[in-house]
Design a protein around this ligand. Structure first.
Ligand SMILES: [Zn+2]
Length: 319
């Protein structure tokens, strides 16, 4: 079954490797894994270190990403309008929805959102984990939420047609969003706090508030968000079951956030990488589908979970 992944940092790898002079990064390092896992589309986000990044890095990152997409044309299809979505699902290739993971580098110059939209950005979160000029992430002051510029940014994103991502916001910011947003939004890669008490995960009331907007939650495969000591694919399935029970099948999707390719320093590999057993990379995505199928999930529900819920959202928001 073909799958749209709600969150991948592959563009971070593209930018890092292209800066070192490599070309065809997706074809060389990622395509075989995506294909073997049946991943035919994703929100491909650009993450930059919020503590150090400046706007020129965003401009450079976008240039390198577009160089990559041009070299990979025929494989990667940039989704800009609603009719673009589903090319990878219906034909050979990968749907690339371009996104920003955090907008710290923008400062409070929210008109830069228009430039990002012109670059093809169609989803974005306002913070990674930090407090910035727009909003507050999970590592910021828990009583600080959105700034007035952040509220304006949400309105501008809705007008432009950029899907808002609330993963990484702290709770105060989260509830500020619910006061501001008038369109559906997503938590592209977050789990249920009720099953795993991690600050990146969402309380039941937050999950239900996302459903109320018509939005969705992408279930995350990152080990720490599934289990504190021995995460495996069964914890991922439990998260899906829990959210489908709480929200209904229309509001749950997959947002794997695979990190297998982010340890670029091959000379100094991390001593211990905390991974989710049997769900380490895109290659294992079909294991999830098979397990859900065996549990009795109906085919039409699996289609919603794996791609149609995202299609519904982008059909609603894109021009
Ligand atoms: Zn993230």
């Amino acid at each position: 079954m073909k799958v749209f992944d709600g969150h991948t940092d592959i563009m971070a790898d593209v930018v890092t490797r292209r800066k070192m002079g490599e070309e065809n990064v997706i074809k060389t390092h990622h395509l075989h894994k995506l294909k073997s896992g049946g991943v035919t589309g994703a929100n491909f986000v650009l993450w930059l270190d919020p503590e150090t990044s400046v706007w020129e890095e965003v401009e450079m990152g976008m240039k390198l990403i577009h160089d990559e997409l041009t070299a990979a044309s025929g494989i990667c299809h940039l989704v800009k309008d609603k009719e673009d979505f589903g090319f990878g699902i219906n034909k050979e290739g990968i749907d690339v929805v371009l996104g920003m993971e955090g907008l710290a580098a923008m400062g409070s110059n929210i008109e830069r959102l228009e430039w990002l939209y012109g670059q093809g950005v169609r989803c974005a979160s306002l913070t990674w984990n930090e407090a910035n000029s727009l909003a507050t992430g999970i590592s910021g002051d828990e009583t600080r939420g959105f700034t007035s510029e952040g509220i304006q940014a949400v309105k501008m994103m809705e007008n432009l047609g950029i899907l808002l991502d609330v993963s990484h916001l702290n709770e105060t910011s989260f509830w500020d969003v619910t006061q501001t947003a008038t369109k559906p939004f997503m938590a592209s890669h977050s789990n249920a706090y009720a099953l795993c008490e991690h600050p990146r995960n969402l309380k039941d009331e937050q999950l239900k508030a996302i459903k109320e907007t018509g939005g969705l939650v992408g279930v995350n495969a990152v080990a720490a968000f599934l289990h504190p000591s021995k995460p495996d694919i069964h914890h991922y399935i439990q998260q899906i079951d829990y959210m489908v029970e709480l929200l209904g099948i229309d509001h749950v999707a997959l947002g794997f956030d695979f990190c297998d390719f982010l340890h670029l320093d091959e000379q100094n590999p991390p001593e211990e990488v905390h991974v989710t057993t049997s769900l380490e990379t895109s290659v294992h995505v079909q294991n999830v589908i098979e397990m859900l199928d065996r549990k009795g999930y109906r085919h039409e529900d699996l289609v919603k979970l794996t791609k149609d819920n995202f299609k519904r959202l982008y059909d609603h928001l894109l021009k």
